[in-house]
Design a protein around this ligand. Sequence first.
Ligand code: NAD
Ligand code: UGA
Length: 462
Amino acid sequence: MKTNSIKNICCIGAGFVGGPTMSVIAANCPALRVEVVDINVERINSWNSNDFSKLPVFEPGLDSLIKKCRGKNLFFSNKVEESIANADIIFISVNTPTKTKGIGAGFASDLKWIESSARQIAKFAKNHTVVVEKSTLPVKTAQTIKTILNSSKQKNIEKDSKTFTVVSNPEFLAEGTAINDLQNPDRVLIGGEDSYSINLISDIYRNWVDSEKIITTNLWSSELSKLVANAFLAQRISSINSISALCENTGANINEVAEAIGTDSRIGKKFLRSGPGFGGSCFKKDILNLVYLSRHYGLNEVADYWEQVVKINLWQQRRISSLIIRNLFGNLSHKKIAILGFSFKANTNDTRESPSINISKDLLQEGAILDFYDPKVNENQIFKELNEIIHDENVLVSRTALQAANGADAIVVLTDWDEFRSLDWDNMFKVMRKPAWVFDTRICLDKKFLKEIGFKVWSLGS
Ligand code: NAD
Ligand code: UGA
């Protein structure tokens, strides 16, 4: 069956994956009608906003895709049941965070949103529906989804022709570059059990992706590969971050070391930027999921190996907080510190698991007054993330970096937004209390230039 005979795609979950992914599918497949549905009314209203700066997800290039397709073959709606009933293909793109309580708490994925999506599909789908796992899931989740879908069928007294197949099609986009990643993927992975469903999903991607880049596997390889890809990427970051500490103690420079090893084509240059540790909603949760699965199968050494990647990540953040405190004479009480950057990386407004959260909390615990500036993260989001220990008068949010620096003893750069490189550093120095410090945890500033202005500078890994 070819895509031109498919009419309706439904995507359950209008988040950081569902929104951008479906926008790219809609833009490349004008013959398809793509509907992205969510239970979150506010989120859907934002996706439908005429003010494109209010889209719930900030991604370079996303607004122009929405302008092009929304209302034509791309729709955002809260009518989940109706959309399921009309769909030939349903992508499940809901959140799968780490469980916070019960068996596996702190490691296993919480699959309650997956289960509720599967139950809704089981209830409202009609005829034959191909259900696609887009969310990142523990291996064997497809079995759970199939069981839910098929058990609903048995109860169907009308004996209609309701049938299902399940396909795994994990998403590899990175935030901040999502549109480019979706438009030019390294590969598209499709795992399934029947060639009809695998071809159906492959045909969608063939509208803009070369066939050689479409990898097909069995269901379990596909589910596991997504977890392993994230684990390998995160492992590289923990590896280079562990070496950054060694550089600081020996006179080596982490950028020079990264370049020296990265030119070996077997190692490769990418993902060797040392920083304050990886953030984002997925690396930590997906590794913890892998750890949980390994323990479940009695592979304790495998579990311990991968858990260390997460432990080093937290250690790097604590290490940075401690050295900021030490350099400010071990005393932060009533000292103002400007925090530049709150998102977990540049070019996104996502703050989930951002290293800024833990580092800021450590500094607040010491009595510091923090003044935040982030080009895309709003005040409410910062307050929400710091909620646990917030003392209102100690948390300020500024509209410019200069305002945040006013009267501060230190500036801590925690996200590598481009604009931080070209700030008016002369003026920033003038408005700060002396000695004025810059802690560059992203190695994105010109250390020599800042020192010439008069700053005391600590730059990670040198
Ligand atoms: P998200 O939290 O931004 O979005 C998930 C959305 O699903 C929410 O808006 C929520 O309201 C909605 N939802 C939950 N249950 C629902 C239901 N029963 N019916 C309708 N809507 C429902 O999450 P995200 O960042 O888009 O991630 C989604 C999945 O994709 C996760 O499994 C994640 O691991 C994976 N993933 C994320 C990224 C990323 O960059 N964020 C990249 C690759 C894969
Ligand atoms: C990551 C993966 O790169 C995607 O392939 C995957 O689809 C996604 O997770 C997911 O499953 O959610 P993302 O978290 O959006 O994407 O962003 P990355 O570019 O991978 O960055 C993650 C974190 O690592 C950021 O905090 C970033 O600053 C940090 N990082 C990245 C480094 O510290 N050094 C690097 O060299 C690269």
